[in-house]
Ligand binder design. Structure first.
Ligand SMILES: CC(C)=CCC/C(C)=C/CC/C(C)=C/C=C/C(C)=C/C=C/C=C(C)/C=C/C=C(C)/C=C/C=C(C)/C=C/CC(C)(C)O
Ligand SMILES: C[S@@+](CC[C@H](N)C(=O)[O-])C[C@H]1O[C@@H](n2cnc3c(N)ncnc32)[C@H](O)[C@@H]1O
Length: 363
């Protein structure tokens, strides 16, 4: 709970002083223009309060398969209740909540998807991503303990490779598939900002099942491509385009393969500590020839201007993993400069919650 505090209050901005005054709150109700702002602020605060409940409604819709079911066509409440073994009256409440979230709507006796609900069902990997939040939410069940620093987290167990631990095959498969599915949008946004047409050979380090390189292969059929990842991961990759060569190894213990004039790190750095990232970037610098291009793509913090998506979701997500962190462009740039990279650029991202791209050169 907030307070009590023993130190004397310090000076604050006048708008904050007004907002801190219960008398002003009562007055604001009576002043037409101010009332509009006060109500909007009230709604914004209420949204914060109910955020977790919203997310849990979404998780219930996903885990019960309701959105996927409605993507096949409209259904009655009775049929949906029967199908999911949820009592009719509770199903009605869930569907009304989903209506308020603008994911479904009722016409006559039938429930339909809205365009937003429909879009949700076709974003690659999104339903699975939502389901796996069970681990993140379990870690956040005691948020104070979480921020003070727990001994272990469930999310750390979900991504065992991050610790460099041996991973059993089913495990490697589980997270690589989730990553590969969610890679579609990341690859699209990355390739919209990086032009590989001047390059002859791209090495994708921590490339998982090769989803990014498959997207590159479709765009640049003449580019040689090398996928580098842990043995269990590359071995369980699905069949890949012929221009992709797989190399197994660990960027913690092994040198990176030589010969590529460009190197990508897609959603890799934020899994790891500064020390591991510094070691990896040094190896990347070693592996590239003069003029070589380095591409980093992952959600990044807004730094001094925290971003509404990455500084909440990804920063807390990576903290729950206990090994990495969501870095800003400035923080990654510092690590890159220390490794010897120059000409660092980062265009404004189209969808910061999908990815942000940063490029650098070895000269
Ligand atoms: C024409 C008009 C005016 C209206 C028509 C109506 C209509 C048809 C509307 C539909 C419009 C449409 C095409 C919508 C498209 C929507 C899209 C593309 C939405 C995309 C959403 C993407 C989301 C929400 C992505 C979320 C990504 C997440 C949560 C990623 C999480 C990644 C994690 C946790 C990665 C972890 C990796 C680790 C472990 C840290 O290394
Ligand atoms: C978050 S996933 C990203 C996969 C892919 N680049 C993507 O964006 O879909 C991180 C990848 O780094 C790989 N990785 C982690 N530690 C590694 C290491 N020491 N050496 C090589 N790859 C590693 C993991 O196996 C995993 O495939």
């Amino acid at each position: 709970m907030d307070g009590p505090f023993t130190t004397p209050p310090r000076p604050q901005g006048w708008l904050v002083r007004l907002a801190l005054s219960p008398r002003f709150h009562r007055l604001a109700e009576r002043l037409p223009l101010v009332r509009r702002f006060a109500r909007a602020e009230g709604e914004a605060l209420f949204d914060l309060v109910q955020g977790f409940v919203r997310s849990q409604v979404l998780m219930a819709l996903v885990n019960l398969g309701l959105l996927a079911r409605l993507a096949r066509g409209p259904e009655t409440t009775e049929d949906l209740a029967l199908l999911t073994r949820v009592p009719l009256n509770r199903m009605e409440i869930l569907l009304k909540a989903a209506t308020a979230l603008k994911l479904v709507r009722k016409r006559g006796t039938l429930w339909h998807l809205t365009p937003r609900g429909a879009a949700f069902t076709v974003v690659p990997g999104l339903a699975e991503m939502v389901s796996h939040h069970r681990a993140l939410y379990a870690d956040l069940a005691d948020p104070v303990g979480f921020f003070r620093g727990p001994e272990t987290t469930q999310l750390a167990g979900f991504w065992p490779y991050v610790f460099g631990a041996g991973i059993g095959d089913p495990e490697a498969h589980r997270f690589s598939r989730l990553m590969a599915e969610s890679q579609t949008l990341v690859a699209r946004d990355t390739l919209a900002q990086v032009d590989f047409s001047g390059q002859s050979h791209l090495l994708d380090v921590g490339g998982g099942h090769g989803a990014f390189l498959s997207a590159v292969a479709a765009r640049h059929p003449g580019l040689r491509l090398t996928l580098f990842d842990l043995g269990q991961v590359v071995d369980s990759a699905p069949p890949l385009p012929a221009q992709i060569t797989k190399v197994a190894g660990s960027f913690r213990d092994d040198s990176l393969p030589l010969g590529a004039d460009s190197l990508s790190l897609i959603r890799v750095l934020y899994d790891h500590s500064d020390a591991t990232v510094a070691g990896l970037l040094a190896r990347a610098f070693e592996a590239l020839p003069k003029g070589g291009l380095l591409v980093i793509s992952e959600p990044m913090s807004g730094g001094d201007q925290p971003d509404p998506a990455t500084d909440i979701y990804f920063a807390i997500y990576t903290m729950a993993m206990q090994t990495g962190r969501t870095r800003s462009v400035a923080e990654i740039s510092t690590l890159l400069q220390a490794a010897g990279f120059v000409q660092i650029t980062s265009p404004a991202p189209a969808r910061p919650y999908v990815t942000r791209v940063l490029t650098a050169r070895k000269i």
